[in-house]
Design a protein around this ligand. Structure first.
Ligand code: AMP
Length: 189
């Protein structure tokens, strides 16, 4: 089965391009952000902890995310593949993902790194704030999330490169072109 990591800064379009891949290939989709927001809505213990971090734009502790991810992944083993969206976000999570997959005879098939300029990212997130009303889509928290991304998550690009799974896509103003390029890549794996 295909195990696809979709990677990029907040607002880079991970959700949008995941949806295109789900439609094209019938993959299952794990968005750790969506899972956490559902836990918050349901008022679970994990949700209560997650809320405190999300509102500050910080990452949830690795061990909580890793346990949750393995549980969700195991419900999706029958399908053609899984897209990991918003995970991994730290080196510890990346290594845990590798181990989790290895224990199941699987591996990361490809990491799709979405490269988008910071001006466009900020504009998209502020726009999304108006539409979706996410508690962490305000200018102050967005800046914190960028900072977290550049300090904790961006260094993972080197790790993916060393693992030989990195594939990069630069947004040049045309979403449909990005979708086409991404689909071509996934077809070639
Ligand atoms: P997202 O919807 O992917 O932008 O995630 C929203 C928020 O959920 C992030 O700012 C983090 O607080 C939290 N979160 C989502 N995924 C992770 C992860 N893999 N590790 C830690 N925190 C996460």
């Amino acid at each position: 089965m295909d195990n696809i990591v979709i990677f990029g800064a907040p607002g880079s379009g991970k959700g949008t391009y995941s949806a295109a891949l789900v439609e094209k290939f019938g993959y299952n989709h794990i968005s750790t952000g969506d899972v956490l927001r559902a836990e918050i809505r349901e008022g679970t213990e994990l949700g209560k902890i997650a809320e405190r971090y999300i509102e500050k734009g910080q990452l949830i502790p690795d061990d909580l995310i890793i346990d949750m991810l393995a549980d969700v992944y195991d419900t999706m083993r029958e399908g053609p593949g899984v897209i990991f969206d918003g995970f991994p976000r730290t080196i510890v999570q990346a290594k845990a993902l590798k181990d989790m997959l290895q224990a199941r005879g699987e591996k990361i098939s490809v990491t799709l790194n979405l490269i988008v300029s910071e001006d466009i990212l900020m504009e998209r997130l502020l726009n999304r704030a108006k539409i979706e009303g996410r508690s962490d889509d305000n200018e102050e928290t967005i800046k914190k999330r960028f900072n977290v991304y550049y300090t904790q998550t961006h260094p993972l690009i080197e790790w993916f490169k060393k693992e030989g799974v990195l594939s990069e896509f630069t947004f040049k103003g045309d979403k449909d072109l990005m979708i086409k390029e991404i689909i071509e890549k996934v077809e070639s794996i």
